[in-house]
Design a protein around this ligand. Structure first.
Ligand SMILES: *Cc1c(COP(=O)(O)O)cnc(C)c1O
Length: 234
């Protein structure tokens, strides 16, 4: 489905970049400290190709099967593909074949399964943080992150490159962002060799400016950048 002349992808991207630049400036941040991910779930491969032509190289998908069909070999294409949706243990092998980073790690069992399926390769992950402690959502609660990171040290061949915040869908997300960013800064400074935590993946279409103000290094943009997802749940 074409984006339409009034809302061409170029126009969307330009508008997003302007807002991002303003937020970075307001926060006194270096533009190089933030990456924009295009979340392409629910969209077809043509949309991905359009985004590539505009220079985007970082993509996020929620489902392993859908991503496999759309990105059969992201690395060879020079793309960086991350899984941002929940991963079931029976899909781990398949996921590791196509994703460079699994942002949705939230259990030790899943980490162990990854290592067992990774054939000796080190797996790059982020720990999913359930910033609002919402029982129906996945993710480690903020207060449980330190112990979770400690436990991951016993699972060899996992490299924790960041935290992925899942923030409640409410109009004022500041308190959640503030708490998650504080956990990120503190745990980064601990200096666990297996958990450099360079990234804070936080902010999507409705709150990315706020997230940039709170130190996010990676914003995950679906609807505002790629377009609405008719009929796609979540
Ligand atoms: C779908 C999704 C996004 C993008 O959401 P938008 O509101 O469309 O920007 C970001 N993060 C996760 C985990 C998602 O599932």
């Amino acid at each position: 489905m074409p984006a339409g002349p009034l809302e061409s992808l170029e126009a969307r991207y330009e508008a997003v970049r302007t807002r991002v630049a303003q937020s970075l400036k307001a926060a006194g941040r270096d533009p190089a400290s933030l990456r924009i991910m295009a979340v392409t779930k629910g969209h077809d491969r043509e949309r991905v190709d359009e985004l590539r032509r505009m220079g985007l190289t970082l993509f996020g998908e929620n489902r392993v099967q859908e991503a496999r069909a759309k990105f059969p070999d992201a690395v060879r294409e020079g793309l960086n593909l991350h899984l941002i949706g929940h991963l079931q243990t029976n899909k781990v092998k398949s996921a590791l074949e196509i994703f460079q980073v699994i942002q949705s790690l939230d259990s030790i069992r899943l980490a162990e399964t990854m290592v067992a399926r990774a054939a000796g390769r080190t797996v790059s992950v982020m720990v999913e943080v359930n910033a609002g402690r919402e029982p129906q959502k996945y993710g480690v609660w903020p207060e449980a992150v330190p112990a979770f990171l400690d436990s991951l040290g016993k699972v060899s061949a996992v490299r924790v490159i960041g935290l992925m915040a899942v923030v409640p869908y409410v109009s004022d997300t500041r308190a959640y962002m503030e708490e998650t960013a504080a956990v990120w800064r503190k745990e980064r400074s601990v200096g666990r060799p297996w958990a450099p935590l360079d990234d804070l993946s936080m902010g999507s279409s409705n709150d990315f400016e706020e997230a940039i103000g709170h130190g996010s290094t990676l914003i995950r943009l679906g609807s505002v950048l790629v377009g609405e997802r008719p009929g796609y749940p979540g």
